[in-house]
Design a protein around this ligand. Structure first.
Ligand code: HAM
Length: 421
């Protein structure tokens, strides 16, 4: 026998009934942007490799270790997008959105690809809902972006164990001085070789090290929020003030450093306490300077990326019931060959009226067909046999209370609409 193929390592299939939750989560995460003046954008799944090297940063794990890079038949180096920001900003600049009304605000959703070591909540293909904005340095926009994540997770989905961590990473003015201070501090610590190497490339990442042995040594490390310049400090205070006005419960996280190089000032992460190691269900921040790096004007920007896969895991971890698992509201059962054509036509009418209907196919016995009807979660079974054909009626069985009645076929759609909608 030929062996079955398997999904590539680190990927999984989104199949029913789970897919109903997946769609619901994706829809919930994109509701606040759709209600807040963000237009939908869709960009290619692959981009010029150099875009990510320049945009995300050569020293990041995402770029140096995790990219799916290949050469096409024309000899171009292309990369499956590991994250959304660089490609979306490229598209906004290429399409001159920076020359129109500012800020320009877009949202997107789609798969992203990272060659990571797979584990629960960490995949080689994952889906994000993201937003990007360009052309504003207003701290109220940072707060809007954080609020949207918070609102979708807490209020629309109803997650309770989610915390929003907020930090400021300073700017190109104040960060170099802070970085120097941190390097001097780290030089005095007793760090293993790998950590020391990491400290040399990006000392701020060491602060984010989850290992207790490392954290013990970092107790007195200088922290960015204590070393902000006046402008960054004012920006940060304003963001926090707006978050208070918006009712966002956030935690200050002075050691929060994200894995992408483009952040300045506001950075945030949404963590879920029921997920174990891969607890970040979303994150984002401000990236003033990035637009210039990509060849655009010196304007600011801020955005987020929320993980659909991990948010589904969070919903499941909290045992929230967000979707009705029924695949149909009405299940039609033809009894005998002659009734099939009638049932096929009726199913069309019922579905066209907006009722979710399914049919027992393949001339199944009434017993087997009733089993399928039960399994579908339908509230009503509509049964048509020889007698019903002769009298232009249908037997409608209420699958919840077991009652049944005979109805004229002409009135069937309106009666079902009345009972269901
Ligand atoms: P990120 O934190 O790398 O940010 O990814 C955003 C979210 O995507 C994460 O919080 C997580 O929920 C999910 N995610 C990332 N990698 C994986 C994975 N391997 N498996 C499952 N889920 C994953 C960004 O990508 C930025 N572009 C976000 C952003 C937009 N910042 C500003 N604008």
């Amino acid at each position: 026998m030929t062996e079955l193929f398997k999904a590539p390592k680190g990927t999984y299939d989104v199949i029913p009934p789970f897919s109903a939750l997946w769609l619901k989560v994706r829809d919930a995460l994109s509701t606040p942007p759709r209600n807040s003046g963000y237009g939908y954008i869709e960009t290619p799944i692959f981009e010029d490799t150099a875009l990510f090297v320049r945009g995300v940063g050569e020293s990041t794990d995402v770029v140096s270790k995790e990219m799916y890079t290949f050469e096409d038949k024309g000899g171009r180096s292309l990369t499956l997008k590991p994250e959304g920001t660089a490609g979306v900003l490229r598209a906004m600049l290429e399409n001159r959105m920076d020359r129109g009304a500012l800020p320009a605000k877009v949202w997107y959703t789609g798969p992203h690809f990272r060659y990571e070591q797979p584990q629960s909540g960490r995949y080689r293909q994952h889906t994000q809902v993201g937003v990007e904005t360009i052309g504003s340095s207003d701290p109220a926009l940072d707060a809007e972006v954080i609020w949207m994540a918070h609102h979708a997770q807490r209020n629309i989905l109803g997650l309770k164990q989610v915390r929003i961590l907020v930090n400021s990473l300073g700017c190109h003015e104040c960060r170099p001085g802070y970085r120097q201070k941190l390097v001097e501090f780290l030089n005095k610590c007793d760090l293993d070789e790998a950590t020391r190497a990491r400290a040399e490339i990006n000392p701020l990442r060491v602060l984010d090290d989850k290992r207790q042995v490392v954290q013990d040594q970092l107790k007195d490390a200088p922290l960015m929020p204590d070393n902000l310049c006046a402008a960054c400090s004012e920006h940060h205070e304003k963001v926090l003030g707006y978050l208070d006005v918006l009712g966002v419960q956030y935690e200050k996280a002075p050691r929060l450093v994200r894995g992408l190089d483009y952040y300045v000032r506001t950075t945030f992460e949404c963590v879920h306490d029921g997920l174990g190691a891969q607890s970040a269900i979303g994150g984002g921040g401000r990236y003033d300077g990035l637009i210039e790096t990509l060849g655009g004007p010196a304007i600011g920007g801020v955005g987020f990326g929320l993980g659909v896969d991990r948010t589904c895991l969070a919903v499941q971890a909290e045992g929230l019931k967000l979707v009705d698992e029924a695949s149909a509201e009405v299940f039609l059962i033809p009894v005998g060959q002659a009734a099939i054509t009638k049932v096929v036509g009726l199913a069309g009418d019922i579905r066209a009226a907006g009722i979710n209907a399914d049919i027992a196919y393949d001339g199944r016995s009434i017993k087997a067909a009733m089993k399928s009807a039960d399994r579908s979660g339908a509230k009503f079974a509509v049964i048509i046999g020889e007698d019903e054909m002769a009298s232009s009626t249908a037997v409608v069985k209420n699958l919840v209370d077991g009652s049944q009645e005979s109805l004229a076929v002409e009135s069937l759609v309106s009666v079902l609409l009345d009972r269901i909608k």
